[in-house]
Write a protein that binds this ligand. Structure first.
Ligand SMILES: Cc1cc2nc3c(=O)[nH]c(=O)nc-3n(C[C@H](O)[C@H](O)[C@H](O)COP(=O)(O)OP(=O)(O)OC[C@H]3O[C@@H](n4cnc5c(N)ncnc54)[C@H](O)[C@@H]3O)c2cc1C
Length: 239
């Protein structure tokens, strides 16, 4: 029977010593000595200072040397569609062509707005069960998964591996941790941010929506108003 599932994000790999690597790359730009020698001499305090400086100055090509790989499950196809719009990244997504989803229950995501209303939730679950039934019927009739999938909804769960470097992640967090981003990708972005902060706190100390990082909300009349609660923050409209 079709089954509702929840978001599960794991950080499964990342550049060894990501902050030391980035700090050595920053120092390399101004040093006659090679990065291998430089990295051994950089103290954690210097690392922190160098990283803070490049992020504040916007010279962030140096933070591209640190990459992070996430295993993501329990997101809808509608969320993954938004995620893969971020082009500066690598993706490997579960295929609806090669994976016959009728072998297990159809897994789907329920939006919180629907989940909190018992009547709507029941109707939604019934709709998913009907979809599952139709998908199975097509597969049983000999239709290939690549064609049977045409009856599947945006709510259908997907699994995806994502690798982004720290610069691409900063851009991703700026756009997707913002209240203006859709709830599902926003939840995903915040979980990813928490995970990378654990392994590279200095690199991501100032990552997140622009109201928190730059103290500027760029959303103009669409602003959620959160900037008002942030000391020194201001509202601006893109020209
Ligand atoms: C709130 C919100 C609403 C959205 N609504 C819509 C919508 O209605 N319709 C829609 O189609 N999309 C929408 N998007 C998606 C959005 O337009 C971007 O495609 C998505 O956020 C990826 O951002 P990005 O291009 O900065 O990221 P990436 O693709 O990772 O690119 C990172 C950066 O690299 C540079 N870059 C990448 N590729 C190029 C290139 N080809 N040329 C020049 N520079 C490049 C840019 O500086 C870019 O910011 C929305 C996004 C958000 C956050």
């Amino acid at each position: 029977m079709a089954k509702a599932v929840k978001l599960r994000v794991r950080l499964i790999a990342w550049t060894q010593k990501p902050q030391q690597t980035v700090a050595a790359a920053i120092r390399q730009c101004y040093s006659p000595v090679g990065a291998d020698d430089l990295r051994k001499k950089i103290s954690p305090q210097q690392q922190k200072r160098l990283i803070k400086m490049v992020i504040a100055s916007g010279h962030t090509s140096t933070i591209e040397h640190a990459s992070f790989t996430f295993a993501i499950e329990g997101i809808s196809r509608s969320c993954s569609h938004q995620l893969v719009r971020h082009r500066i990244a690598s993706y490997s997504q579960q295929s609806q062509r090669y994976v016959d989803l009728s072998r297990e229950e159809l897994r789907y995501i329920i939006p919180p707005e629907i989940n909190k209303d018992q009547k709507l939730k029941k109707e939604f679950q019934e709709a998913m069960e009907k979809v599952e039934e139709e998908y199975r019927r097509l597969i049983k009739a000999g239709v290939k998964p690549e064609d049977a999938r045409f009856v599947l909804p945006n709510a259908c769960e997907t699994k995806i591996v994502v690798t982004m470097n720290a610069r691409a992640l900063h851009n991703f967090f700026r756009l997707r941790c913002c209240q203006r981003a859709q709830w599902e990708i926003r939840n995903l972005a915040w979980q990813m941010l928490r995970l990378v902060r654990k392994v590279a706190p200095d690199l991501f100390a100032n990552a997140g929506p622009s109201c928190m990082t730059e103290k500027i909300c760029w959303e103009g009349k669409f602003s959620c108003g959160l900037w008002k609660k942030i000391k020194g923050a201001q509202l601006k409209k893109r020209q």
